[in-house]
Design a protein around this ligand. Sequence first.
Ligand SMILES: [Zn+2]
Length: 67
Amino acid sequence: MDSRPHHSDEQPGAENVVCSRCGARATDEQLITWTFSVEDSVRRYYCDDCARANIRSIEGRLDSSWW
Ligand SMILES: [Zn+2]
C-alpha cells in the first residue's frame, strides 16, 4: 500500500478553470481575459461571452447587503 500523501501542487491558476455559466474550459491565455467574481468566498469564472451576458448580474450582486 502506498500511503504517502499525493503531491498535486501543479501550477496554481492553471488548474481546471471552467466557466461557471457554460462550462467552457479556460486555457491559460483565455484565463487572462476571463472575468471572475467572488461569491461566498468562492471564485467563479466567466468566459468572455458569458461575462458580457452576465456583467449586469455580476455587478448587480454588489447591492446594499455589502455595505
Ligand atoms: Zn461561458
